[in-house]
Design a binder for this molecule. Structure first.
Ligand code: UDP
Ligand code: MG
Length: 320
């Protein structure tokens, strides 16, 4: 690397992508070779693949100097795999680009991401126009998720925003300081602010293999994201409880009053039912409140590592 070249790391999360990695590397290299003003490192983070992904990564790293690899001890999920990649490069680079290993994030977009970055944007993200191989359910799920996220969370969420992103090193250094456990990268990055812009792209079908994000995994991610960026679902429980307390409380007072004045005579059962509803309201609002505290405590207390690196290829300090 000469001194004028800017060091950039491509971080590629890999889970059972062995068949496609060599093609991915070639496709990416085609684009990178047109960008000689940058010094590239391609960091594959093997998120506990069960196929030959790690072997392919090792072979690529032996063959090509710009390839590095991290092997996580099991499948920690894409979000944590990206975190592992970011923390490995740290501040040794000028920017990182997250890109999927299945070529659904077209490498041809890289020059445009860089062009926006050169204009001074610190976060450049790819917005997916359409996805070739998404099922109707996945499309609908995605739509529902973004609608809920927009309603519930305090951060601005752009529909169909992806993890295909370029982050400037200032963003990376802040990202490394995040200690929160349940993380949704996109959400965290949106939350951070900075000078942002986006580009749109059409996602082609995967080059090989099957989608690694099963419906269950996506559902879990969606629930995690919603709950880690918003306490509104919990607060709603509390509000419902509060509403019940107030309405049944007033009704009970009214009933007692009119009963004592002998305007209307209520049966003991009627009193019992309203009183029970009142108690239920108290229970529900208390639950909402307790759940809020538990939510906070839970995030702080679970000091589990985000990932465990089993092996490393290469020295990450030599990026400069
Ligand atoms: N991936 C990962 N860990 C996982 C699931 C997926 O590192 O537990 C990687 C996967 O290898 C791919 C990227 O994350 O590079 C996106 O996965 P996928 O194509 O299944 O998701 P989608 O295209 O539906 O967003
Ligand atoms: Mg994909």
């Amino acid at each position: 690397m000469n001194r004028i070249q800017k060091p950039i790391a491509l971080i590629v999360p890999v889970f059972n992508e062995g068949d496609g990695l060599a093609v991915f590397y070639q496709e990416v290299k085609k684009v990178l070779s047109t960008l000689p003003e940058y010094h590239w490192k391609i960091i594959f983070v093997d998120d506990g693949s069960e196929d030959n992904s790690w072997q392919v990564i090792s072979e690529l790293s032996e063959q090509y100097q710009d390839v590095k690899g991290l092997l996580l001890s099991r499948n920690f999920g894409k979000e944590n795999a990206l975190t592992a990649g970011v923390q490995a490069v740290g501040e040794e680079i000028d920017a990182v680009i997250f890109i999927d290993a299945d070529l659904q994030h077209p490498p041809e977009l890289i020059p445009q991401l860089l062009a926006e970055w050169q204009k001074g944007f610190e976060i450049v993200s790819g917005i997916r126009k359409d996805v070739a191989d998404y099922s109707v359910i996945k499309r609908m799920g995605s739509k529902l998720f973004y609608t809920l996220m927009a309603w519930f969370s305090d951060i601005e969420v752009i529909p169909n925003n992806t993890d295909y992103r370029l982050l400037d090193k200032t963003v990376v250094s802040f990202l490394c300081q995040f200690t929160e456990r349940t993380r949704m990268f996109r959400g965290l990055i949106d939350w951070m602010g900075f000078n942002k812009t986006h580009l749109t792209f059409s996602a082609p079908a995967r080059n090989t293999g099957t989608q690694q994000y099963s419906f269950i995994k996506l559902f879990r991610l969606a629930i995690n994201s919603l709950t880690s960026f918003s306490l509104l679902p919990l607060r709603i429980t509390g509000y419902i409880g509060l509403f019940i307390v107030l309405s049944s409380g007033s009704l009970l007072t009214y009933m007692l009053f009119t009963h004592l004045l002998e305007w209307t005579v209520f049966t003991p059962l009627a009193f019992f039912v309203v009183f029970n509803t009142f108690l239920l309201g108290i229970l529900l609002s208390g639950l909402g409140l307790v759940a809020l505290y538990i939510g906070h405590i839970h995030t702080e207390v679970v000091q589990r590592p985000l990932y465990i690196i089993r092996k490393k290829i290469g020295n990450y300090k030599d990026c400069i």
